[in-house]
Ligand binder design. Structure first.
Ligand code: C2E
Ligand code: MG
Ligand code: MG
Length: 286
């Protein structure tokens, strides 16, 4: 009997695996043509200074509305794009689109802030990453200080001299560097002071634990103390409640990104809320 059950289990596992596998290949297949079919677009989420409510930056977030599969979450398609190396061409498109958009907004009168783009570890290993980024900045006439790269720490990044050299070269040109998902997974504190990082982004899983877990609040306090010593900025991500905001402020965190302040917005909505509005405000003042 046990054997029989084991057999069924195995069959079930096999079926499940084949479902996962076919969904994955369907995604990869559709992703191959997503760019040319205009299925990819960016949403924009502001980061804000708690004390003044001013926007200090904007993160560009990639979205995919597939004709075949409907809307697919980045948590599903980014890993597929990385493994298939499609992230190289998609990542370039994201950089181009984000830089062009920020230039347009600045020209329309938005107070200049950096546009943040998520960069995958695969892109960091890309040979011509530095020249590609500098070219995109040049083509769009965007100053380097208005581009920020968000990088998730990984062992491979710190162990690769060439990755660190690329980040250092970009930083030297004025590009800002942030560590994304900070406090989860691999965080090599020993490397941090040697790396060209400007900002730590505290991961939302930590922020969302803040009011219920004592150990989580000590993690945040420790991050704040360390960032002070290393002269790094900190942004808390995933702030949804007032309670979280109050606690973050109490721990000395000055910048937040999250639904409490704003959900990610389409370019049009972002413009309505923050760009055109700002331009009007300054022209009214004249
Ligand atoms: P991330 O870079 O850590 O981005 C923050 C994620 O948290 C976004 O999810 C955002 O919508 C979400 N978020 C922001 N505020 C809140 C909040 O208050 N509550 C909750 N529950 N969530 C919040 P999203 O858009 O699903 O993106 C997921 C991840 O996909 C990103 O995490 C990033 O790692 C990756 N990703 C997005 N765009 C790109 C891209 O252009 N290139 C690469 N390589 N990765 C990207
Ligand atoms: Mg990010
Ligand atoms: Mg994240």
């Amino acid at each position: 009997l046990a054997k029989e059950r084991g057999g069924n289990h195995y069959q079930f596992y096999e079926q499940e695996m084949s479902v996962i596998h076919s969904r994955r290949s369907a995604c990869e297949q559709s992703l191959r043509t997503a760019l040319e079919h205009n299925e990819l677009y960016l949403m924009y989420q502001p980061k804000c200074h708690i004390a003044t409510g001013k926007i200090i930056g904007v993160e560009a977030l990639l979205k995919w509305d597939s004709h075949e599969l409907g809307s697919v979450s980045p948590k599903e398609f980014i890993p597929i794009a990385e493994e298939s190396r499609l992230i190289i061409s998609i990542g370039k498109w994201v950089l181009q689109t984000a830089c062009l958009q920020m230039k347009k907004w600045q020209d329309a009168g938005m107070e200049p802030v950096p546009i943040a783009v998520n960069i995958s570890a695969v892109q960091l290993h890309q040979e011509d990453l530095v020249t590609m980024i500098l070219e995109i900045l040049h083509q769009n006439e965007l100053e380097a200080q208005y581009l920020e790269l968000e990088i998730t720490e990984s062992v491979s990044m710190y162990n690769s001299l060439s990755c660190m050299e690329k980040l250092t070269a970009l930083k030297k040109e004025g590009v800002k560097i942030s560590v994304d998902d900070f406090g989860t997974g691999y965080s090599s504190l020993s490397y941090l002071h040697k790396s060209p990082v400007d900002t730590l982004k505290i991961d939302k899983s930590i922020v969302q634990d803040i009011s219920t877990s004592i150990s989580t609040s000590s993690i945040i306090k420790a991050i704040m103390a360390m960032s002070h010593n290393l002269n790094l900025n900190v942004v808390a991500v995933g702030v949804e409640t007032h309670e979280q905001l109050i606690l973050l402020e109490r721990f000395g965190c000055e910048h937040i990104q999250g639904y409490l302040f704003s959900v990610p917005l389409t370019a049009q909505l972002f413009e309505k809320n923050y760009v055109i509005h700002d331009a009007n405000a300054s022209s009214n003042a004249l």
